[in-house]
Design a protein around this ligand. Sequence first.
Ligand SMILES: [Zn+2]
Ligand SMILES: [Zn+2]
Length: 407
Amino acid sequence: MTASDTSILAYDSSDEYRPEPAPEPQAPAWRDGSVRIGIHTSIAQGFAGSLESARKLGCNALQIFSASPRMWPRVGARIPEMEAAEFRAKRAEFGLGPLVIHANYLINLATSDPVLRVRSIQAFHDEMVRGAALGADYLVVHPGSSRGKTSAQAIRDVAQAIRQAARGARLCAKFGDLRDCRLRLLLENTSGMGAAIGSRFEELKAILEGAPELPLGVCLDTAHAFHAGYDIRSEAGLAQTIAALDRTVGLARVAVLHVNDSKTPFASRVDRHEHIGRGKIGLEAFRRILNHPSFSASAGRTGSVGNKVQEVANENGKFNCSSGSRPGRAFLLETPIDAPGDDRRNVRRLWDLVGIAVKQAPRAQNGFTMLARKATIRSGSSSRATNRSEGPLRNLPRTKKSRLSKG
Ligand SMILES: [Zn+2]
Ligand SMILES: [Zn+2]
């Protein structure tokens, strides 16, 4: 190298790259204060297929699995970036949000079995990685169950397992910062079957406190709360339940509600979901739940329900969550699909309950159902033709029908 060459390579401060100031992070469009309603949607037709289904069912939010929920995915199972990018682009195009991922049912973060514990932590970490790749907003997990442990021990173990699983995952920095769009983790309350923990809000709170550095919140399942002894059927019971939730985890941490009616009676501790209004909780109770100001999807909103409302920010530009409202809070169904169209009808029922007419709600495709895709395509948009084609599909194997009825 000659002397003139080295002068070219010499450092010149005027060459220094000066990036534009980073733009202020923006809250995603789905946090505009509008009511967000969705259903657990099948990935059987691929990740992009779940978005199509959600749209055709009249949803503006959705929940999916990121892999088969009842078997262990291969350790380190990832989603190819091309598929993830296609999914993210399509989701943005459809305006669906939030996107919630339900973690695999085999994960047990409270287990006393050391092999299962390691496997669960690894699988939960992989869920976080896949969730981040898909651009998901929330990852929901059940705290787990443990025999031969005190509840305090189980809670410590769950918090520790979540912290281990979160190492190296791309998570949101602070749960309350609504402009940070990265993945948050949500613990789901349980029915309290067997040795399951997390049926009491106090237990969820204790787990949250055990991992204070993580963006941890709660997903409230109405059927599970009912099974666990929170009587949300009456106005007074709902008020007490909400007060208990606020006292413990705090309403601002409740980002998602799983809206399910129950086949099983109050305080049964047995988890069976039912269509909205057809179970032991009942339609009027769901009307109160969906319209309760504490569960409002809009910041600072109290009372009346509309499709779109103005966001309210305080003088610091922070969203006001003090009344329990949280922009973008979603109501997601995990109701059974016993007959074709049950999925669409349950979605429509939620829109009815919040007082949003067919014309104002996201448009559903007449006759579409996740159970009878082929029949729907054949029969086009005529509802009579759809009804006729539903006949033989009623005989689908029971396991397929009820696959989405738990969770
Ligand atoms: Zn669940
Ligand atoms: Zn659930």
